[in-house]
Ligand binder design. Structure first.
Ligand code: HEM
Ligand code: HEM
Length: 212
């Protein structure tokens, strides 16, 4: 057995899943104080993931996610287990990063036109706020479609005998290759905590007060 996922990547994934579920329900129900606070926490989490993609473990590196289209096509046909994300999985991960950041940034620029303005609304004209609101409403469907494809892909790999979920949960997989260089995930959580506190203090104290 070799260790392929550090503690931060494993925790990041499930915090991301919980965050998106809370944001979807709170956005849909109009519970905007909860929506804003969770949005700031998810922004801190995603920025930490990008920083971790530069300073973190080999398997978390952003450079490990970039592959030639030919490698992506051959990964789709292969069922060989891969140390880290395979080239097709890497494309999915990059897709998620882009779509989630579009959702976050458009949210920061969105207003409900009644009581709640995203924190960047004050800096732009109403046209931009309207555009951001439309993007915020449309992009969520692209994100949901991506999540559906992601879960179906993981299930298809399972049928082919590749247990990606078990590897993500335990961090370990059976392989004869050398272990990749992993960093202590605790540093990821420390960066996340610092960014989360800073964003809540800077933008989120009023909303946090309203939900407590
Ligand atoms: C990945 C992160 C996010 C997701 C998945 C998400 C999702 C949603 C959803 C599903 C809605 C309901 C849209 C509708 O009624 O059609 C919504 C509305 C809204 N979101 Fe987000 N959101 C995210 C981040 C944010 C952030 C960071 C902010 C600002 C701090 C924000 C501000 C708003 C506002 C102001 C509305 C109400 C829009 C209206 O009433 O027209 N969102 N969001
Ligand atoms: C809101 C829903 C979800 C989102 C946005 C999401 C997003 C992601 C992202 C961004 C990664 C890459 C992790 C990284 O390198 O940072 C990933 C990997 C992974 N996800 Fe999800 N995920 C979701 C739900 C799920 C669910 C429900 C499962 C369980 C079936 C799952 C199983 C996995 C597995 C096994 C991997 C590792 C794939 C590999 O080895 O290449 N995900 N997911």
């Amino acid at each position: 057995m070799i260790k392929v996922w550090d503690g931060f990547i494993r925790g990041f994934h499930w915090l991301l899943v919980i965050g998106i579920a809370v944001l979807y329900v709170s956005g849909d129900e109009g519970w905007l104080d909860l929506h804003f606070v969770t949005g700031y926490l998810l922004l801190a989490l995603m920025v930490t993931r990008i920083i971790w993609g530069v300073i973190g473990s080999d398997t978390a590196k952003l450079s490990a996610l970039c592959h030639h289209p030919r490698a992506i096509l051959s990964a789709l046909k292969s069922k060989a287990p891969h140390v880290g994300h395979n080239p097709a999985g890497s494309l999915m991960v990059l897709f998620f990063f882009v779509v989630i950041f579009v959702q976050l940034v458009s949210g920061l620029l969105t207003s409900d036109d009644i009581l709640m303005d995203g924190p960047l609304v004050q800096y732009v004209s109403y046209d931009w706020v309207e555009l951001a609101g439309n993007i915020h409403q449309t992009n969520i469907d692209i994100l949901l479609l991506g999540i559906a494809i992601h879960i179906i892909a993981i299930a298809l790999y399972r049928f082919k005998g590749v247990k990606l979920l078990r590897t993500l949960l335990t961090g370990k997989m059976a392989a004869s290759e050398h272990s990749p260089k992993l960093k202590n995930g605790m540093w990821g959580y420390i960066i996340f905590a610092v960014l989360a506190v800073a964003l809540i203090v800077f933008w989120g104290l009023e909303s946090l007060g309203a939900i407590l």
